[in-house]
Design a protein around this ligand. Structure first.
Ligand code: ADP
Length: 485
């Protein structure tokens, strides 16, 4: 049952299978964005705490450790046990997520389910990452895929539990040990997951969760000499900082899942209602706070006006409010900074000449609610067309031909995702083959499955998460060659 008053049970740092105070003794508040009220104080980790977590994770990764000696099937069983505990605590996890992040409870529940599916998917990979045997004349040569070692994982606030599952799944499947830093805005579900990992029976040091801020705890991860790999999801600017720190410290392996400005293209043969619905959800789901949000809606000129009217009507009908209330589709933005940023982009859209068709304002003055907003007549050089807004603002552009469309779709720094809505298979595949995007969805959007790789071209990132490709982030290849005597 949804519980708006669910009390977090864990607020400290989770290091070596124990909840501990931070070395400094400092704490910080996590807030409910629907009410702007503090939920609870959590321990604030910094470099000294990351050092302790790395020490524990290194020990857990030692060749003689309990964790390293587990068979793949035993790792599978541990991961599945964790999933069973998540299922047991589903309503509690979703209630914590909705309090901490502001997403509607039904969506938080969906995130829990999808997180379980992701971990179950990876639980099946523990004995399936094979090397090769290589033809080599008078030698016998083979490759072994080995876990990279102690890994740092830094995640954002928009899908706190899901991002955790995307990162824990492949790392645990291949046998790495983990230091995770949740976003400072949303530490609560990660802390509960740490307790579940202990209950499931993961040995001490395999999973560590250190709450804290980016420039302190986060930077201590990306620059740590004994962390072999850092996986980061967040903004482009911070992605660069993480990569630099990785390079100058110990050349740790880096995977980055960054921002996007993803186009969704609607051709004139499409069913307009279906297209309006698909593009609406592509942008507004999770309040627009999604790296792969379909934030550039391109509509063929023949159906443009009719489409804009439908899109505006949908935005006006979207129910915004208390995320614990049934049927609410949109809760608050995550914090005051994001609220200000989103309202700033709405102002810039108006100033640069886009036509406001729906929304445009803050709702009330408690919490960080924004009206679902639609702009039409958006031009490619406007700020709202080029920059990631990360809020409920749909920008609708007009186009006339497929060739023109491909060039315009690619004319941004990002390349995370793209969508195309048409019944013409040739148009769909020509667009899909030529657009700069790590994922292309035809006649759907956001169809991200645990088995399908996800990640970005260009400034949207490096590496792929999910699917078989997601394992590569956590593996080294060792070549072993033996001469036949
Ligand atoms: P967002 O805009 O989604 O908040 P950020 O890139 O600011 O994205 O934050 C994503 C994650 O990166 C958070 O966990 C945050 O604490 C962390 N972070 C922020 N600054 C740094 C940094 N200098 N080094 C490492 N991690 C950081």
């Amino acid at each position: 049952m949804a519980d708006p008053n669910a009390k977090p049970k864990y607020t400290k740092l989770f290091i070596n299978n124990e909840f501990v105070d931070s070395v400094s003794g400092k704490t910080f508040a996590t807030f409910n964005p629907a009410t702007s009220k503090e939920i609870v104080q959590v321990s604030e980790g910094d470099k000294a705490d990351i050092d302790l977590a790395v020490k524990a994770a290194k020990k857990a990764f030692h060749r003689d450790s309990e964790w390293r000696k587990l068979s793949p099937l035993q790792r599978t069983n541990l991961m599945n046990k964790l999933c069973a505990l998540m299922d047991r605590d589903k309503a509690f996890l979703a209630s914590l997520e909705t309090q901490d992040n502001g997403k509607p409870y039904a969506e938080a529940l969906f995130d829990v389910t999808y997180s379980i599916l992701t971990l179950q998917y990876y639980a099946g990979w523990t004995d399936k990452f094979f090397g090769d045997t290589i033809p080599a004349g008078g030698f016998v040569s083979m490759t072994r895929k080995e876990p990279v070692g102690v890994v740092g994982q830094i995640i954002p606030w928009n899908y706190p539990l899901l991002m955790l599952a995307w990162k824990w799944g492949p790392a645990l499947a291949v046998g790495c040990t983990i230091i995770m830093k949740p976003a400072e805005q949303t530490p609560l579900t990660a802390l509960h997951m740490a307790a579940l990992a202990k209950e499931a029976g993961f040995p001490a040091g395999v999973i560590n969760v250190v709450n804290g801020f980016g420039p302190t705890a986060g930077a201590a991860i990306s620059s740590h000499p004994d962390i072999a790999k850092v996986a980061f999801t967040g903004s482009v600017d911070i992605g660069r900082i993480v990569m630099q720190a990785a390079a100058t410290s110990n050349l740790k392996r880096v995977s980055l899942e960054l921002g996007g400005k993803s186009p969704v293209v609607v051709f004139d043969d499409a069913d307009i209602d279906f297209a309006a619905e698909t593009t609406h959800e592509a942008l507004f789901s999770n309040h627009g706070q999604s790296c792969c949000a379909g934030s550039r809606t391109y509509v063929h000129e023949k159906i443009y006006d009719e489409f804009v009217a439908k899109a505006a009507a949908k935005a006006k009908a979207r129910k915004v409010g208390n995320p614990f209330e049934q049927n609410v589709q949109q809760g608050p933005q995550i914090d005051d900074d994001m609220l200000t940023k989103v309202l700033g982009y709405i102002e810039s859209g108006k100033k640069e000449g886009a036509k406001l068709q729906a929304g445009g304002k803050r709702i009330g003055n408690v919490g960080f609610f924004v009206e679902p907003t639609v702009f039409s007549d958006v031009k490619d050089d406007m700020r709202i067309a080029q920059e990631e807004i990360f809020g409920p603002v749909q920008s609708i552009f007009k186009f006339s031909s497929l060739e023109e469309m491909i060039d315009r779709a690619n004319n941004v720094q990002y390349g995370l995702a793209a969508g195309v809505i048409t019944n013409d298979i040739n148009k769909a595949l020509k667009f899909a083959n030529n657009v700069d995007a790590g994922s292309v969805w035809i006649n759907c959007y956001d169809a991200v499955l645990p088995s399908t790789p996800f990640g970005g071209y260009k400034h949207s990132g490096i590496g792929r998460e999910l699917g078989k490709d997601g394992l590569d982030n956590y593996l080294e290849t060792k070549t072993i060659t033996m001469k036949l005597l």
